[in-house]
Design a protein around this ligand. Structure first.
Ligand code: SAJ
Length: 420
């Protein structure tokens, strides 16, 4: 069976070599299958072809290096023929919180010319309900010579399915292999072919459904987590007002067998949880008051942190901001509340803002614009600042000589020093 499946997929193309696409490509290549990675960014392609990586993810460097060295993985800027295509490009939202499918449309149009009868196309990007069908429509428009799946055609030339990525940054290589997968084909044949593809490297169970359900499953997972984090964030404001230690309160509440409150923080970041709930709202605005309130609660948390910092600090004093990434031990700055906090603090606070982020080499360009904002080494920032804000719970920040914090104002949004 395994060899039958690998003979179906002699060459696999992964389109979009980011936080999901690159690890997926490297894992498949390390299973001995030839993988062509595609990315529109020339620099990314060059870095990967040298066996290096352009993102931070535990152990990914070793995996990519070995995949490229074995000859099973190479990268290019344009798609070429393959047996299966996995699309893992970003699906951001626009300023009005509406989904932006531009990258998906570009990827579909770029791969359409190289499609051949018998190919499988799988969408992994988190997408609004109906997007997998939209991809099939774009492909069909570009390739009228091929048949695509419809309610009346369960044996099309090209199979199209959705299998949302569900991996947690920081644990991507483990979760890509071990998590269960939800696979929704436009037709049953499409689902089964996609299951064959994932059986090349997934140890978890593949659950088959239709494309629309698979799309909503993924969105619901992230909206559910967003809602639970919003509850924790709201409680952190209540606790502050009532002079209660939120961390201690949560610890004690969680001793109840049916209570599991998540952790408050500076806000919710990342490309997923801060974005995906809007895709549900966009499809059903009148039916989603809870999801919309959740987004407002989490999006307003950075402002609260800024108010605390401004209130605690003399205008001429320095503020140290520890962490820019949206969560611990990664370099991902997308939708990071820490970025919003630093940027707005830089506008409102005349003194120095000393930014510490061990996972990047320099300040991102938007922060460089602020003359009072400096990239700084951890110990020096903490020493020089009067106020220290913990924005990301990176491992580097957890150990600290506690005497250094004496007489400093501390705003520990992650609770890493609460027992000091
Ligand atoms: N956060 C809190 N408190 C918590 C947990 C998280 O404030 O108790 C914050 C984090 O600091 C971060 C944000 O929420 O800013 C999101 O972090 P996360 O670790 O909850 O999730 P992501 O965005 O890194 O990954 C999520 C995961 N989804 C779920 O757990 C339901 C992952 O499995 C998905 O694959 C990923 O989104 C995605 O790509 O959609």
């Amino acid at each position: 069976m395994a060899s039958e499946i690998s003979s179906q997929f002699k060459k696999i193309s992964v389109i979009g070599l980011g936080y999901v696409g690159l690890p997926t490509a490297a894992i498949i290549a390390n299973r001995g299958v030839s993988v062509a990675g595609v990315d529109v960014n020339k620099k990314t392609v060059e870095i990967i072809n040298k066996g290096n990586i352009h993102i931070v993810e535990p152990d990914l460097d070793i995996l990519v290096h070995s995949a490229v060295a074995s000859g099973n993985l190479y990268a290019a800027t344009h798609p070429e023929p393959a047996d299966a295509f996995i699309i893992a490009v970003p699906t951001p939202f626009k300023t009005d919180n509406k989904p932006d499918l531009t990258f998906l449309e570009q990827a579909s149009k770029a791969l359409a010319p190289v499609l051949e009868k018998g190919n499988l196309v799988v969408l992994e990007s988190t997408s609004p309900v109906g997007t997998t069908q939209q991809i099939a429509t774009w492909l069909a428009e570009a390739r009228p010579d091929l048949s695509f799946p419809t309610a009346d055609n369960n044996n099309p030339d090209i199979c199209v399915a959705h299998s949302p990525e569900r991996v947690l940054p920081g644990r991507v290589l483990i979760e890509l292999v071990n998590n269960d997968r939800v696979i929704g084909g436009i037709t049953e044949t499409c689902s089964k072919r996609a299951r064959d593809l994932y059986s090349l490297f997934v140890n978890g169970t593949c659950h088959l459904t239709n494309a629309r359900t698979a799309e909503l499953v993924k969105l619901a997972e992230n909206a559910y987590r967003d809602t639970n984090i919003a509850f924790a964030n709201e409680m952190s404001l209540v606790c502050n007002k009532l002079s209660v230690d939120v961390w201690n309160m949560i610890e004690l509440a969680n001793l109840h067998p049916r209570v599991d409150i998540l952790k408050p923080g500076p806000g919710v970041g990342g490309h997923c949880i801060a974005v995906d709930p809007w895709f549900i709202v966009d499809s059903a605005p009148e039916l989603t008051p809870l999801i919309q309130a959740t987004r407002r609660v989490n999006d307003s948390k950075p402002n609260w942190v800024i108010e605390q910092a401004i209130g605690a600090t003399e205008p001429t004093s320095a503020i140290a901001c520890l962490g820019l990434a949206y969560k611990a031990d990664i370099d991902d700055l997308r939708e990071s509340p820490a970025m919003i906090i630093v940027e707005n603090l830089a506008k409102l606070h005349p003194g120095e803002i000393l930014v510490v982020e061990p996972n990047i080499a320099e300040l991102p360009s938007s922060l460089k614009l602020h003359k009072n904002t400096k990239y700084c080494e951890y110990e020096r920032a903490v020493q020089q600042a009067d106020t220290v804000i913990v924005l990301t719970d990176h491992k580097e920040f957890k150990d600290i000589d506690r005497s250094v914090l004496k007489n400093k104002k501390i705003i520990d949004t992650r609770g890493i020093w609460r027992k000091i």
